[in-house]
Design a protein around this ligand. Structure first.
Ligand SMILES: Cc1ncc(COP(=O)(O)O)c(C=O)c1O
Length: 389
């Protein structure tokens, strides 16, 4: 007799992260005395900036750690709005900013606002897997549109037009992207916004890596579409992954409904984390994170040519975030096996492309440059010895 409770079908359709298997195997090798260079990690190696830690300690010592408004502390909403003016040159009313428990909660709220059962959200394949999962959890249909080097591994207005169907409700673009580190150019973002609007859909732009842009001025999609939902976070640029704080910039008419959803889903974003986040916008914190952005850029400038020289295919220079999405067809047609072999043979941990979708996923791996330059050089030396014995 079946004794286990029957689970909802959605659970079976949410794939576990294969990178976790890489991490488990890497830990086992480390426990056995092997040295491993970790290039599978998806978070900055830099610690939270000291002024933010100080602010958190002061906030906790002062007490008053109660729920805040579901929309977040008013002074933090105002500070985020001001950051858009100073950093990206776009005016945002503080009332449009909704502070969330990471951009994960931001994505969940926006999808909960927009998606009915069986309605489609178009997104790039390869792309960040959790976004697909949020749509699925809400009984919608995440619809992966294959993207390749010809479009900078990003959606275009043309691809969206071709993939659109009567059940399509909206489009999610992540720029810069995880796993490809590539960005949608301003003119294409404007075309995408126009197209989605003309099709009667809603544009959502995940800008969690926008602060970590390396070539030219970073451009928020708000500069070309004031009516898009923008999702962002303190996790990456401000080095605050564990503090679980992000935000949405929403069209004003949707704020009340997003507030209702946030109230029900998690009541409010974490209070000490919000108080500490106010210190993110101090000049001394911005100086620290800017210096780290330069360090990420220097790492990228070292890593990409070195990987190309080894035979990895990187046809488009990644210009944001901290990922390189590399074609491995010179070496293998099975990214999962390749990651296992590189881990065991070279002691370098990578993420297989199959974590990011289906389109040519077995032909790609993701490198994270969340390690210092000497470690990157060590990884290259190990890969060279392994791939060209
Ligand atoms: C593209 C993208 N969006 C959203 C997230 C979620 O981040 P958080 O919830 O820490 O803001 C991540 C995390 O890696 C990501 O890569």
């Amino acid at each position: 007799m079946e004794t286990r409770a029957r689970l909802a079908a959605r659970v079976a359709e949410i794939a576990p992260f294969h990178v976790m298997e890489v991490q488990t195997a890497a830990r086992a090798l480390e426990a056995a005395g092997r040295s491993i260079v970790h290039m599978e990690i998806g978070e900055p190696d830099f610690p939270t900036p000291a002024p933010v830690i100080d602010a958190a300690q002061r906030a906790i010592a002062a007490g008053g750690v109660y729920y805040t408004s579901a929309l977040g502390l008013p002074e933090l909403r105002a500070a985020i709005a001001a950051h858009y003016a100073t950093h990206y040159g776009v005016e945002v009313a503080p009332e449009r900013v909704i502070v969330t428990a990471g951009s994960s909660a931001a994505l969940l709220l926006v999808m909960a606002l927009l998606v009915n059962r069986d309605e489609r959200i178009l997104l790039a394949d390869p792309g960040y897997p959790c976004t697909r999962h949020f749509v699925r959890v809400l009984e919608g249909e995440p619809y992966g549109v294959p993207v390749g080097a010809d479009s900078g591994y990003q959606l275009t207005a043309e691809l969206i037009r071709q993939a659109w169907s009567p059940s399509s409700r909206g489009v999610l673009v992540a720029s810069p992207s995880n796993p490809t580190g590539t960005t949608v150019p301003r003119a294409e973002m404007a075309r995408i916004a126009q197209t989605v609007r003309a099709l009667g859909g809603q544009l959502i732009v995940d800008e969690i890596y926008l602060g970590l842009s390396y070539d030219g001025e970073p451009i928020s999609a708000l500069a070309v579409d004031d009516d898009a939902f923008i999702v962002s976070s303190f996790s990456k640029y401000f080095n605050r992954t564990g503090w679980r704080l992000g935000w949405i910039v929403a069209p004003e008419r949707h704020v009340r409904d997003l507030e209702k959803l946030a109230q029900s889903l998690y009541i409010s974003p974490p209070t000490p984390s919000q108080r500490a986040a106010l210190a993110c916008f101090l000049p001394e914190t911005l100086a620290i994170v800017e210096e780290r952005r330069q360090a990420f850029r220097a790492r990228r400038d070292f890593l990409v040519p070195a990987l190309r020289e080894l035979g990895f295919g990187i046809p488009v220079m990644p210009n944001g975030g901290f990922f390189v999405y590399a074609d491995i067809t010179r070496f293998s047609d099975d990214s999962e096996r390749f990651c296992r072999e590189v881990l065991e043979g070279a002691g370098v941990a990578l993420t297989p492309g199959i974590d990011f979708g289906r389109h040519r996923a077995a032909d790609h791996v993701r490198f994270s440059y969340t390690i210092g330059e000497s470690q990157l050089a060590e990884a290259i030396a190990r890969l060279r010895a392994f791939l060209r014995p």
